[in-house]
Ligand binder design. Structure first.
Ligand code: NOJ
Length: 736
């Protein structure tokens, strides 16, 4: 629609119409016929029931037929015929579920990550969805928090690259921007939701401004620079002010400083929660504070609907409401909804969902995101040999390996299991499958879905029987392939934990199998870094497979047999114990560092009962190949430093490799981390192949913010560190 026409439409709206546009409800409130069910809506406490055909948006309906019906009813019954916006929690796939974001980021293959996002966008588009509630760009350094699975991890550089790839994949670039097969990205949760005190879900966040500017805000800003259309506010207090009512954060920083011009949606009920926080004195005050903070859409409460009509009698607030509604209309217009309110829906062709091409991208992403933590030459295995393998543990035959958010639109029945993958490549006689332990204590928690879970996972059995059976099978085998870890409800939203160790029964199984003195390969299914200190020593090889998505079984088998070579690196450290948390690599130096301090051993920065280092640090990740890398040169101009290094594959294995380049400690007015990642490259080297690579490092990398948010640049001497799978080489450089 021409801007002029959009303006005319906007001018024709009454206050009630405008307020309605700011309402977002869960689409479940619409029944099959497309009519809003009044029972649950009543619970929301609307003072005056709005005309539901006029509201701005609904979310989490993923059934295209239902969406079609709802849109049709809206267009028939609403006076202004403004199409509804359909949003959804598509976090790492619609039907083609990919590995969780924490895993994906470790691939450092940002092109592949973008391709995966393109698949998610296309499948969402074909099902009528306009906006996806991702990527989540909350920097995370506390694995007690269950939502680390949705994040690209602890590192700023990695998160920024991930942000750009996913936003571009969803929205499309240049002439494809928001066109066919693309959707708008809603990044979240602004801001710093990933740093809750004590790792407890929804808890407050306390961060200095310099830490916010230098680290936590950076990934969101990268997404805004990639033109993300929406931002979601966060639930948490940030330095005492709820993010959702925070004018400084949302207006001064997000809109004015970052230049964000799109739609700001509250997180679920976050506007109403301003009152619960004790920040707003009542519901009207909550509406006022959120509006002043620039929040355009009220997700799932009646706070705006009840509060705004009175409030906007004052011109100051009327202006704010106008801005919000205009932004919502502009988004609808950018998506082409006025021309085609059934965008995507008219083209539904289920043959285009979960295609072979999509599954191939998913398989590659599994291969590139599983992290090899340990390998005593046991891997890769040799299929079609006499080697007998006891496959112990419930994951091999489980369909519940998609992770928390996949249940929104994914299907467990789509999962290509590990068992299926192994049977494809090994002789049947080589393999013995045994469950080892029950993944779930009971299926009661799944309510009406209980029967389906039981059918796909098998009945709950006596633990001691399962243990005994596993030992017997393992005794007859040459190698044990043991699957362990979390079940999918243990991570995700509302899954904070204080104990990050494996459950007792899994530890017992590992120890009993170790008694057999057979080599053990561990496959760890998890949504977060776990504490593996007690059990790590029992494994000859250990591969973190995360929640690997629909093609998990295929990609993992390819890694086990050497058809693919592991190349992923951890993007979040695995602590040695919970007491170290937060433990992350980009630390600053204390005045009394453990190494190189003149103080006596006692009075340095350390624990008396544990080392300072995590068990597996950020960046850990092995390959079947061995690589050697050396700096060659570095030259600078006004804008950037161009460096080159030589890299050799010194093995008989082909493989992908991700060299990492860090910037090391230097003096600054705001003390900077001892090291921080500033560049990565991802490429393939054949066995014994050698390459010289060039990397350009922009000078902006050397800048940093102070506590007022002002940018600094210090000329001087720096050190670049080349990291090739944990082997490091330093290159001093001068920056003027
Ligand atoms: C709450 C979560 O924090 C957010 O990430 C999600 O998108 C919304 N609920 C909608 O389901």
């Amino acid at each position: 629609m021409e801007e002029q026409k959009l303006k005319e439409l906007f001018d024709s709206l009454s206050i009630d119409d405008k307020v309605s546009q700011t309402i977002q409800l869960n689409g479940d409130l619409f029944v099959e016929s497309g009519v809003m069910t009044t029972g649950p809506v009543k619970d929301l406490g609307f003072k005056k029931e709005p005309n539901f055909y006029e509201i701005g948006s609904i979310y989490n309906v993923n059934d295209y037929q239902k969406l079609y019906q709802i849109q049709k009813d809206v267009l028939t019954n609403s006076s202004h015929k403004i199409p509804l916006l359909f949003m959804s929690d598509i976090i790492y796939g619609f039907r083609t579920i990919f590995p969780i974001p924490l895993a994906q980021a470790g691939s450092y293959d940002f092109d592949l990550i973008q391709q995966a996002a393109e698949v998610s966008a296309k499948e969402s588009y074909l099902n009528g969805i306009h906006v996806v509630f991702s990527p989540m760009l909350d920097l995370v350094r506390d694995p007690r928090w269950g939502r680390v699975m949705e994040s690209p991890g602890e590192d700023v550089y990695t998160s920024k690259q991930f942000a750009k790839s996913v936003v571009n994949g969803y929205q499309g670039e240049k002439e494809m921007y928001l066109k066919e097969n693309h959707v708008a990205a809603c990044i979240k949760h602004f801001a710093a939701y990933g740093a809750p005190e004590s790792g407890r879900e929804y808890n407050q966040v306390e961060l200095s401004n310099q830490k916010l500017f230098n680290e936590y805000l950076q990934p969101y800003q990268a997404a805004v620079e990639a033109n993300c259309e929406l931002v979601m506010t966060a639930f948490n207090l940030l330095n005492g002010v709820p993010a959702t009512g925070n004018q400084w954060l949302n207006q001064t920083i997000l809109r004015e400083r970052f230049g964000f011009n799109g739609v700001l949606v509250s997180d679920y009920a976050a506007i109403a929660e301003l009152e619960t926080h004790g920040f707003a004195k009542d519901s009207e005050d909550a509406a006022k504070k959120a509006l002043l903070a620039g929040v355009d859409l009220d997700m799932m409460t009646a706070t705006y609907a009840n509060g705004l009509p009175e409030l906007v009698k004052k011109s100051e607030f009327a202006k704010r409401l106008d801005e919000a509604v205009w932004r919502i209309l502009v988004l609808k217009n950018k998506l082409g909804l006025f021309e085609d309110p059934f965008r995507g829906l008219t083209q539904v062709n289920t043959g285009e969902i979960l295609t072979q091409e999509a599954k191939d991208i998913a398989t590659q992403l599994v291969e590139k995101s599983c992290v090899l933590l340990k390998n005593k030459s046991l891997l890769p295995l040799k299929p079609k040999s006499n080697q007998k393998i006891a496959v112990v543990g419930p994951y091999a035959d489980s369909h519940f390996t998609l992770g928390f958010w996949a249940s929104v639109s994914g299907k467990s029945s789509d999962v290509f299991t590990l068992k299926a993958g192994l049977l494809e490549q090994f002789d049947e006689e080589q393999l013995f499958f045994t469950r080892g332990f029950n993944l779930y204590e009971s299926y009661e928690q799944f309510g009406p879905l209980k029967a389906g879970f039981e059918q796909l996972n098998g009945p709950i059995e006596e633990e001691s029987f399962l243990l005994q059976q596993a030992i017997e099978q393992a005794e007859a085998a040459d190698v044990i392939l043991l699957t362990i870890g979390e079940q999918f409800l243990e991570s995700g939203e509302g899954a904070s934990k204080t104990n990050l160790q494996l459950p007792e029964k899994q530890i017992r199984l590992i120890k009993e199998l170790a008694e057999l003195n057979k080599p053990i390969i561990g496959l760890l299914y998890t949504g977060r870094p776990l504490v593996l200190t007690e059990v790590e020593k029992y494994f000859d090889s250990l591969l973190v497979v995360w929640f690997p998505g629909v093609m998990g079984g295929k990609g993992i088998t390819n890694l086990l047999t050497g058809r693919a070579n592991p190349s992923a690196r951890l993007t979040m450290s695995f602590p040695k114990n919970e007491g170290q948390i937060p433990v992350y690599y980009a630390q600053t130096s204390t005045g009394r560092p453990l190494a190189d301090s003149t103080h006596s051993e006692r009075f340095v920065s350390k624990y008396i009962d544990a080392p300072n280092e995590p068990l597996f640090s950020f960046g850990t990740g092995l390959s079947y190949a061995t690589f050697a890398g050396h700096w060659q040169s570095a030259k600078g101009n006004e804008e950037m430093i161009r460096c080159s290094y030589e890299l050799k594959n010194r093995s008989e294995h082909d493989g992908w490799i991700t060299p990492q380049i860090y910037l090391l400690n230097y003096s600054a007015e705001i003390v900077q981390p001892i090291k921080r990642l500033i560049a990565t490259q991802h490429f393939f080297l054949k066995a014994n192949e050698q390459k010289v690579m060039t990397v350009e490092i922009p000078k902006t990398v050397f800048t940093y913010f102070d506590n007022q948010g002002d940018l600094h640049f210090d000329a001087g001497e720096y050190v670049l560190q080349l990291d090739i799978l944990g082997k490091q080489e330093n290159l001093p450089i001068k920056i003027s």
